[in-house]
Design a protein around this ligand. Structure first.
Ligand code: ARG
Length: 586
């Protein structure tokens, strides 16, 4: 389905053309003064320069052509040359009927086939997920669903950090603790032997200690780096142990993503890029892009116009091991082979922007992807505590993601205690969903590049721009719909516009396609949050003013029920993009 501004742009462009003006002047946008009109066209001002004519006269010409169009209730010129437009209620209803029938509910679809790979999550295996991983998961999942809802082919890839320093630290620490383990022996035989299985509690205990040790003990740190090198060179005992680490850690990580309604099409890691490294090196060398510097193999990526120093990217470290940039570049090669993507989006902390600039420049220089492929880093800001500093545990440490989710779930549970709609047995499950809705919405309502404050009370509030409010609104619509004995299979009929607030709701339903279009163009899920809130709050006013149940006029009642059903469908679709699950009642 075309969005309304597209439809109106065509009509107004035709009018410009009929008057002898360039049709490109007919661009229609949503009005920024809804009290005056619903849509506007400011093309007459540009036309004034082109045709050396007063903008008012051009706008008048166009408006007189538009007076034949039955869809406008208003096509009026306002000095010095604005064209203010509003559509009739009949036309509004016609379009809303089309939206109700459209399988995409009026969400604009990509015009040409587009494939996007989204790299998000990015946890380092062996380390417990902490709150720093929350935003990548939330934003990446929402972008993925937004891109899918607008007709793009999307692959999500978690890109585990599983081939670098953290693994080396774990291996070395375990070696010190268990020198007798066969996996550390030179003559370990992978055909007949395995490494001992590990659990996540062990990893969570070992990793922080090993990390601390490496900072204090240079010898330890050196051995850990050697371990990485040997792992990358597939020392059999290390590979066996690495597999055990991976198993314990990834099962746990998947469980946490599950809680957040986050899932990946590919659970690949840096290690999966390993087999593409030789080809990557060949390409870089053939193109003469690499040279040796202090024993390392590097590639220059600085550009004349750079305002800051962009250091060369290290492709092979002096000890021969590959690093973060190497695996990222090799992964681009893999993605190009597997998916031929039009775009690869990376949802990673904004502190890594230099890394991505280096990687993207290298990839383009080396031709790993076509010049037209969009490589974009969505650098997100920090989640802060009420003091405005990065959120910490009470002791000042980094908070584990599970602890954060547990604490907000407990708070939601407490809050639901007072609800008469929630039975004791459902309370836990509903609290979990409310908590996730609160956390996600509280995050996604902010533009990803901004920092925000994690405020549990605010996020769990039943009022205002919160996930909690949205879930609550859906439950209220549920109850209206069930009280009047309707359901989604019911015939949808919009018989008329009976009140102003209804018109506002209908118009916002119509404008949802515009908002979603802007959200995907700017890749900004915060618009989806805003629009969901907008629909919910207008619905609340509509419901407050009109007593659907007691309405005696059958046509009115049918229209209002239809409006409730459609609004619910739309809000649920927004929530689905945000990866927020609704609850039946609360
Ligand atoms: N594992 C990385 C880290 O913890 C994040 C990975 C992000 N994705 C990527 N393709 N580099 O910092």
């Amino acid at each position: 389905m075309k969005t309304i501004t597209k439809i109106l742009t065509e009509i107004v462009s035709d009018a410009f053309e009929k008057c002898g003006y360039d049709r490109a002047l007919g661009l229609v946008t949503v009005s920024d003064r809804m009290d005056l009109c619903q849509f506007q066209c400011n093309g007459a001002f540009q036309g004034a320069k082109l045709y050396k004519k007063a903008p008012f006269m051009i706008a008048e010409d166009v408006a007189s052509k538009l007076s034949d169009e039955k869809i406008f209730s208003k096509a009026e010129v306002v000095k010095p040359g604005f064209l203010n437009l509003s559509i009739t209620d009949e036309y509004l209803l016609k379009l809303v009927r089309e939206i109700a029938k459209d399988e995409n509910l009026g969400f604009p679809q990509a015009e040409k086939e587009t494939t996007v790979v989204i790299d998000y999550g990015g946890p380092n295996v062996a380390k417990a997920l902490h709150i720093g991983h929350l935003r990548s998961a939330n934003i990446g999942e929402a972008l993925k669903r937004l891109a899918r809802a607008t007709g793009r082919k999307v692959y999500g890839d978690v890109h585990f950090g599983d081939w670098g320093t953290p693994i080396g630290l774990i291996i070395t620490e375990l070696h010190d603790r268990h020198p007798d383990w066969r996996c550390f022996a030179e003559d370990f035989n992978p055909d007949t032997e395995t490494a001992p299985s590990l659990d996540v509690a062990t990893l969570n205990e070992v990793y922080p200690l090993a990390s601390k040790r490496s900072k204090e003990d240079e010898g330890f740190s050196k051995r850990a780096h050697e371990a990485v090198f040997e792992l990358q060179n597939r020392r059999p005992g290390y590979i066996a142990l690495w597999k055990q680490i991976m198993k314990a850690s990834t099962d746990d990580i998947k469980g946490i993503y599950d809680r957040l309604n986050v899932s990946f099409d590919y659970w690949y890691g840096e290690s999966d890029a390993d087999k593409y490294i030789p080809e990557l090196l060949d390409i870089l060398n053939e193109k003469g892009l690499t040279y040796e510097s202090d024993g390392a193999l590097v590639c220059d990526v600085s550009e004349e116009s750079d305002k800051m120093t962009v250091p060369p990217v290290i492709i092979k470290k002096s000890d021969g091991s590959s690093n973060y940039a190497t695996t990222d570049l090799a992964t681009i090669l893999q993605r190009e082979k597997d998916f031929k993507p039009d775009a690869i989006w990376y949802v990673v902390d904004k502190r890594q922007s230099m890394h991505f600039m280096q990687v993207f420049r290298t990839a383009k220089k080396a031709g790993l992807v076509p010049e037209t492929t969009e490589l974009e880093h969505f650098g997100y800001g920090t989640m802060n505590g009420s003091d405005g500093k990065p959120y910490k545990t009470r002791e000042g440490g980094v908070m584990k993601l599970t602890d954060l989710l547990d604490s907000i779930t407990d708070a939601a549970y407490e809050k639901l205690n007072s609800s008469s709609f929630v039975s004791d047995e459902d309370r836990r499950e509903i609290a979990q969903k409310v908590a996730i809705a609160a956390v996600k919405f509280g995050d996604l309502i902010n533009h990803c590049s901004k920092d925000y404050i994690f405020d549990m009370d605010k996020f769990l509030s039943f009022e205002g721009k919160t996930g909690t409010y949205l879930l609550y609104t859906v439950t209220r619509i549920n109850s209206i719909i069930s009280k009047v004995g309707a359901d989604d299979s019911q015939k949808i009929a919009f018989n008329g516009v009976y009140t102003d607030i209804e018109r506002e709701l209908l118009l916002n339903i119509l404008l949802t396609g515009e908002v979603i279009g802007r959200a995907i163009n700017e890749k900004a899920p915060n618009y989806v949050c805003e629009n969901a809130y907008q629909l919910a709050s207008i619905f609340s006013s509509f419901y407050h003013d009109n007593h659907i149940m007691n309405e005696e006029d059958a046509l009115k009642k049918e229209t209002w029920i239809s409006l409730s059903l459609l609004t619910r469908k739309l809000i649920l679709k927004h929530l689905d993009i945000l990866a927020i699950e609704p609850v039946a009642h609360m």
